[in-house]
Design a protein around this ligand. Sequence first.
Ligand SMILES: Nc1ncnc2c1ncn2[C@@H]1O[C@H](COP(=O)(O)OP(=O)(O)OP(=O)(O)O)[C@@H](O)[C@H]1O
Ligand SMILES: [Mg+2]
Length: 234
Amino acid sequence: MLIELKAVNKYYQNGDQQFHVLQDINLKIDQGEFLSIMGPSGAGKTSLINLIGLIDRQYTGDYYFNGESYQQANDNVLARIRNRSVGFVFQNFKLIANNTILENVELPLLYGGLSKRAARPIVEQALVRVGLADSSHKLPSELSGGQQQRVAIARALVHQPKFIIADEPTGALDTKTSAEIMQIFRDLNQREGTTIVLVTHDPQVSLYGDRLIKILDGAIIADEPVKEGSHAIQ
Ligand SMILES: Nc1ncnc2c1ncn2[C@@H]1O[C@H](COP(=O)(O)OP(=O)(O)OP(=O)(O)O)[C@@H](O)[C@H]1O
Ligand SMILES: [Mg+2]
């Protein structure tokens, strides 16, 4: 079991008001699963994956990542585990605008203590993996949205993460480009066994996964396998 949440609740404090954003979440995710999360805006999807991705520890209940609870861990321990284990991909790519593609992708490795020289072959391999081997010296602004998202995926891959968390990774992309990006996620899941947790508003995108949960008002209201026949066309 890679991820296990037991009776997890989360509240945001707004002045003297408490907002119950995650309500009694019980969720298990095995290594190698590809899970999609859908739900209306404000339902708590980002709050849930920030918790799963070891970004947020402000919750009650239990969360075990690889059998360990990190709720009491100090920030350095948490950052190290996160850096090593989780790759993040966001809707708006979050690339550094005045760094080249190569510099963007190597950054997590340099943070992790590698020299530029040691990082180089890992960066090149990640860029090949997403089909961008020739763009390493360009700036993000010189690439299309889909290419920028490929760079973000390459950056998420350099530590060979156990799992990838993607928060609406196709939200800013057209249908054709979305399909290309989803094919990369599907390949990673099927060929390399990378666990993927993906938030999307697009029912078509959710079909690339093999399990779909629906969230409403902070609670899981459905948790179902994606039927074999309904998988997105490859
Ligand atoms: N830091 C915060 N402080 C207070 N309230 C917050 C905070 N972050 C989010 N919220 C509130 O919690 C609720 C859930 O937010 P969250 O970002 O998890 O929703 P979401 O499902 O990801 O929505 P979207 O689809 O729009 O991204 C929203 O009502 C939001 O306003
Ligand atoms: Mg969100």
